[in-house]
Design a protein. Structure first.
Length: 578
């Protein structure tokens, strides 16, 4: 777009700018206007995003209110105006200026700050910029809105399930010790792989899936197993990643004759209790921080698998990795196709109505057939995860979206499932048996050494609990009202350093991370905070943090104690068999 930029002088004698027919500042006193603007829009402890800088008055007023920890991102869609700002102002120390309509650059900059500010993001539009740069402004607003939502969901998940994840990981170590690492399955097949998910469109694909079942490798995404089994289709593999109780309930009544479970170390602890067949284990790449420690504890290599926000994301990557052949995804609607939530026979199946649409804040997006389909934010995040994931594949041309319904997935080839089967399925070829990748089972001596390592972990947890108890007592011994006593502060720093070293590689990091993030979010500095108020805030934050970490360490130790008991029972079984 061509912009006509005109410079004028306000009645106050200050320079102002007009773009086309729109004034970017007050024609009377732009400096006073900017001060009032900042009074209204500035929010302490927030990341401010200013859309439009004009002659720089709004930028300067907002900058004057920033603390040393706060930043301002300025987006100026007109590059000529942005160049003036850079040339004429020297106060931009905590300001990042993005020139032109460069949404990609803005996203890159935003990502640098989102973890520090979480949902404390404030977008401000300078006067009239939304009139002549409306499309770009709407893109900025939508991106920020989506990111805040995703960040909040991620934080809520982390806070809500961190304890469950810790319990699941610790309990699943018992099985992982003797199970097959996913790396042994990589490129094991050269046949087509079909990934079945539980969207409404799966129902129409089941008859054809039955016909080709023996000639493809079939992967079920989590709860889809129920729909498949009710239609007398047993997959080769069932992928399980969810640590919630609902995931366990999907498997509670499932009877598998031949299928293997490919599981994340974080999936629900009870799912493997009922299966005697050895399974395949991996660690989600988002929890890469625990990989080194898990491998050390198990004395075996457990590799990372990239996925996304749903089990279907992981199932797709698993499919891509286990074969050199083509991969089809079916039932991956990520939308309420024909006003249905899932394929029929899925435990969560229901038909939606207007009340459901309003409660879940459903919205329309581009569909598989070029139409518009109803979706929601959880589905939309899964869609984004698929689109990011396929771009990491070295050979994305091996992937085909054969759902024939639901949302449109960018970067995916779309063909019908029938076309996929006609093109790639060979009726004379069958998947080779899994026996070829089954490594030798662990013996009694292996389990005894595992028990030694678990006992060491329990002792480490006891050390953490003692350190945190010492820190709590030190805090309570402080007698000053405006600062910490020097000796107490020195001892606290020493404890923090020891805890930092333990958390850097231990399981406690999984619980410690959300506690630390949540605690610091709850004790942000106030406007014009006095010295004694700052001390009281830091004191309360420290006491809260140490107390919550101590409780978490105690919980985690109990999980390892449970693991210890299971290993000891396993060792007794060797004696009985012997």
């Amino acid at each position: 777009m061509v912009y006509k930029i005109t410079d004028e002088i306000a009645k106050s004698g200050d320079k102002i700018v007009k773009v086309n027919d729109f004034y970017l500042h007050s024609k009377y006193n732009p400096v006073r206007e900017a001060e009032k603007f900042a009074d209204v829009h500035f929010k302490k402890n927030h990341l401010h995003i200013l859309f439009g800088c004009g002659a720089g008055y709004f930028v300067k007023s907002l900058c004057n209110r920033l603390s040393e920890e706060e930043f301002l991102i300025v987006i100026e869609p007109i590059e000529a105006i942005a160049d003036r700002l850079l040339k004429n102002f020297n106060y931009l120390k905590q300001v990042i200026l993005i020139k032109g309509e460069d949404l990609k650059k803005f996203k890159e900059v935003y990502k640098l700050f989102e973890n520090n500010y979480m949902n404390r993001i404030h977008v401000i539009c300078s006067p009239n910029y939304d009139k002549f740069a409306s499309t770009y402004y709407e893109q900025i607003l939508k991106f920020v809105k989506d990111q805040i939502y995703l960040q909040q969901v991620e934080m809520n998940t982390l806070t809500m399930y961190s304890k469950d994840w810790q319990r699941n990981i610790t309990s699943n170590l018992y099985y992982a010790f003797n199970d097959i690492p996913f790396k042994d399955l990589k490129r094991f097949y050269d046949l087509p792989v079909v990934v079945a998910s539980g969207g409404p469109s799966l129902t129409k694909q089941l008859p054809l899936l039955k016909k080709v079942r023996e000639n493809v490798v079939l992967i079920s995404s989590g709860s889809t197993i129920n729909t498949l089994l009710k239609n007398e289709i047993e997959p080769d593999f069932v992928v399980s990643i969810d640590g919630g109780i609902n995931n366990y309930r999907h498997f509670e009544t499932v009877q598998l004759k031949n299928a293997r479970i490919i599981y994340s170390l974080l999936h629900h602890e009870k799912i493997l209790d009922k299966y005697n067949r050895r399974s395949i284990v991996f660690i989600p790449d988002v929890h890469a921080g625990i990989q080194k420690y898990v491998c050390k504890l198990l004395d075996k290599n457990i590799d990372l698998v990239m996925g996304g926000t749903s089990v279907a994301n992981f199932a797709l990557n698993i499919a891509y990795l286990i074969t050199t052949g083509p991969v089809a995804i079916i039932g991956q609607d990520l939308a309420y196709t024909e006003n249905k939530t899932h394929a029929e026979s899925n435990k969560n199946y229901r038909e939606i109505d207007e009340t459901f649409i309003k409660q879940r804040a459903l919205f329309y997006t581009e569909g598989y057939h070029g139409d518009e389909v109803l979706t929601d934010y959880p589905f939309f995040t899964m869609k984004q995860s698929f689109e990011k994931l396929i771009q990491t594949f070295e050979k994305p041309e091996r992937i085909y979206n054969c759902t024939e319904g639901g949302v449109k997935l960018k970067h995916f080839q779309q063909i019908s499932f029938n076309e996929f089967c006609q093109k790639f399925v060979d009726k004379d070829k069958y998947p080779q048996p899994m026996v070829a990748v089954t490594e030798q089972e662990k013996n009694k001596n292996d389990w005894e050494n595992f028990l030694v390592r678990v006992n060491h972990e329990i002792a480490t947890h006891q050390k953490v609990e003692r350190l945190l108890q010492d820190a709590i007592l030190l805090l309570k011994q402080n007698r000053l009202e405006t600062k910490f006593e020097r000796q107490i502060l020195k001892k606290l720093d020493n404890i923090d350093e020891k805890l930092k070293q333990i958390f850097a590689e231990g399981f406690m990091s999984l619980i410690a991370q959300p506690i630390v993030l949540n605690t610091f979010q709850n004790y942000l500095p106030k406007e014009n905070e006095l010295e004694h108020e700052t001390f009281q805030r830091i004191f309360a934050r420290s006491l809260d943090l140490y107390t919550r970490l101590k409780e978490a360490a105690s919980d985690s130790r109990s999980f390892f104690q449970h693991l210890k008991n299971k290993i000891e029972n396993k060792l007794k079984s060797f004696d009985i068999e012997g």
